[in-house]
Structure formats: structure tokens, C-alpha cells
Design a protein around this ligand. Structure first.
Ligand code: GFB
Length: 325
């Protein structure tokens, strides 16, 4: 059972690393909504988090009481597969620099965000936190996964050696406003929103989707993830990572149909089986999270519809900032 925690002081200085990204920007919105009065965001255009000295200087000058680490090099299956060196090195550097600086600044509470890809490729479903390090990883994202596993181990080590009340959370696949909608580098949900939307605009009768359509994924709206992060900082203090998900998954074929409907595409969906499927299934066991009293609130159909609206209003028209983000 989770250890009861005093809730965070709403006047404490909270630092969000990666504040311009999908997750970090949602965390900033949530902190504001929950009445936090001293919030600082940092992101890569502002301070190079792969630079140890720059990170140390910035964090020791801010002296936050709480750090939320949402800073990472992220991408979909193709980007992870093509650039394992950057996904490994950049993520190791970013988290090591942040942890070193947070320790130097005597940060009491820190939340490290990992990823469900830390678990073995063939994990029991739903995947409990205890599956960590019990088997081989999925090859398309093993470099990223190893960096994130190192982050979990680092958090656990700071707790054990220095008594830091730092925690790790492992979100399932995230989506929502502020995502990257790149045609080849992004995750499946934004990639499909963009592809189906472009097909509607151009009058194309066919949309090609990667893989076989059979892999299953679980998707959490970023606003739910941000709420869960703050809930955990208020209620959770344990060396074990805690999964953040919604408790249900669907096949990529069903996801493609859902996105097509939300975008208004009525043509044919075909499959490019030369593209990798990746992990066959990633459904997280969220009983540990539920035991802290948290439940997801945004259903996938509703979340996809609002994300499509955000994409159309913000990125898609008129001359395509669609690869920004
Ligand atoms: O979202 P995605 O790239 O992430 O792909 P992963 C999920 C599934 O959707 C895979 C299929 O089976 C893809 O083959 N898919 C179909 C597509 N069409 C597309 C498309 O147009 N774009 C993309 N990207 N996928 C990533 C990891 O794995 O998930 C990261 O590589 C990270 O490390 C992230 O953990 C959450 O779930 O396969």
C-alpha cells in the first residue's frame, strides 16, 4: 500500500523541466489550475539540459522545492529505431544532469517521468511494475528504454543513499494538444490525425497506416497524465515506479478507424506491413495508481475528437505548421 503523504505546499517553488513539450506544458496548466503560486518552466531553448554546468547553474539559482522531470528526447517507433544513439545519450545526459543539479539544490520532492517501454517486450498483461527487468526489451526502442530504466534506478539510488523523497512514474502512450504531428517521427496518434486530415483535404481515397494493425496500445490524454503526476506528488512516496494509464487498450486498426471517423475520412485504410509493429501489446496494470485514489477522466473517443479540433485550429491551416512541436 502507498505511504500516506502530506500534500505539496501550493506556495512551494515547483520547477517543470521540459515545459514546452506535450507533457511539460500540460503539467504547467495543471499546476496553475491547482493554485500553485510559484511555478518555473525550463526547456531546451532556454537552457541546454544536456549541458551539466548550465543545468546545475540554472537549478541552483532557482532553488525549487519540487522538480517535475518531463524533459526528454522523444519520438515514435521510426525515430527511436533510426536514432538509438541520440535517444540513449541525450536522455541519459538530461536526466543525470537534472538529478545531479536537483540533489545539489537540495530538492526534496522530484517526479521522474519514464515510459511504458521500460517493460519487457513480452510482459504479462496488464503489465505490473514488478515486470521491470524480467526479460528482453522491444528492439525498436531498447536504447530509449535503457535510458529510462537508468532514470528509475537513479531515483531509487538517490532515495536509498541520500534519503531523497523522489519518485518515478511510467506513463502509457500519451497524446493531446501540444503534441508533435510530424508525418514520420511522431507517435501513432498524432501521425494518423495528420495523415487522415491531409487525405480529407486532398480528396485522397486511401490512407496507408504502418504495420499490421494488430498491435495493441493504451493511450492517456495528457491532461489526465498531468493530473496524475500532481496527485502522485501529493500521495505517493515509494522507491517502486508507479504506472500511469487508463486501464484499457485497443488495436492500431481500431485506433485508425477511430481517428478516421473523428477527422471525417470515409475512404480506404491499407496497411504497410514493411513497417515495424513494435511491442505486440502494452497495457499497464494501474492498480497501484488506483490505490492512491486516482482515476482517469478523459475517454479516448472524446480525447481524440478534442485533439483533432486542436490540430485543425492550431497547426493544420492555412500553410501548415504541421511539423512544428
Ligand atoms: O506510437 P508509436 O510510434 O509507438 O507506434 P510505440 C505504435 C504503433 O502504431 C506501432 C503503429 O505498431 C506502429 O507501427 N503505427 C501505424 C504508426 N501507423 C503509424 C504511424 O504513422 N506512425 C507511427 N509512429 N506509428 C514508442 C517508442 O513505441 O512509444 C517510444 O518507440 C516510446 O520509445 C513511445 O516508448 C511511448 O508504442 O510502438
Amino acid at each position: 500500500m502507498p505511504t500516506p503523504q502530506p500534500a505539496l505546499d501550493r506556495s512551494a517553488t515547483v520547477l517543470v523541466a521540459g515545459s514546452s513539450g506535450l507533457v511539460g506544458s500540460a503539467v504547467l496548466r495543471r499546476l496553475e489550475a491547482e493554485g500553485f503560486t510559484s511555478v518555473v518552466g525550463i526547456h531546451s531553448k532556454d537552457v541546454d539540459l544536456t549541458d551539466a554546468q548550465a543545468t546545475l547553474d540554472r537549478i541552483t539559482s532557482i532553488r525549487p522545492a519540487v522538480v517535475i522531470d518531463a524533459a526528454a528526447r522523444v519520438g515514435g517507433i521510426a525515430a527511436n529505431d533510426a536514432e538509438p544513439v541520440e535517444f540513449l545519450n541525450d536522455n541519459l545526459r538530461i536526466q543525470t544532469n537534472l538529478f545531479t543539479a536537483a540533489h545539489a539544490a537540495d530538492v526534496d520532492r522530484l517526479l521522474f517521468l519514464g515510459s511504458s517501454c521500460i517493460y519487457p517486450k513480452h510482459s504479462p498483461q496488464p503489465i505490473p511494475e514488478s515486470a521491470l527487468l524480467t526479460g528482453p526489451l522491444e528492439e525498436t526502442n531498447d536504447a530509449y528504454a535503457i535510458a529510462k530504466i537508468a532514470g528509475v534506478l537513479a531515483v531509487r539510488s538517490y532515495r536509498r543513499q541520500y534519503g531523497r523523497r523522489w519518485i518515478s512514474a511510467m506513463p502509457t502512450n500519451v497524446y493531446g494538444p501540444g503534441d508533435t504531428f510530424h508525418p514520420t517521427r511522431s507517435h501513432v496518434l498524432p501521425a494518423l490525425i495528420r495523415r487522415f486530415h491531409e487525405a480529407v483535404r486532398s480528396g485522397a481515397e486511401e490512407v496507408v497506416v504502418w504495420g499490421s494493425g494488430t498491435p495493441r496500445r493504451e493511450f492517456i490524454h495528457v491532461d489526465d497524465l498531468a493530473a496524475a503526476c500532481l496527485h502522485l506528488l501529493d500521495h505517493y512516496d515509494d522507491p517502486s515506479p508507479v504506472n500511469i494509464g487508463v486501464g484499457e487498450d485497443l488495436s492500431i486498426a481500431d485506433l485508425a478507424a477511430l481517428v478516421a471517423e473523428a477527422v471525417g475520412f470515409t475512404g480506404r485504410i491499407t496497411w504497410d506491413t514493411a513497417r515495424p509493429d513494435g511491442t505486440p501489446r502494452k497495457l499497464l496494470d494501474i492498480s497501484r495508481l488506483r490505490a492512491t485514489g486516482w482515476e482517469p477522466g478523459i475517454g479516448l473517443p472524446e480525447g481524440v475528437r478534442s485533439t483533432v479540433r486542436w490540430y485543425v485550429d492550431t497547426l493544420a491551416e492555412p500553410c501548415g505548421r504541421a511539423d512544428a512541436g
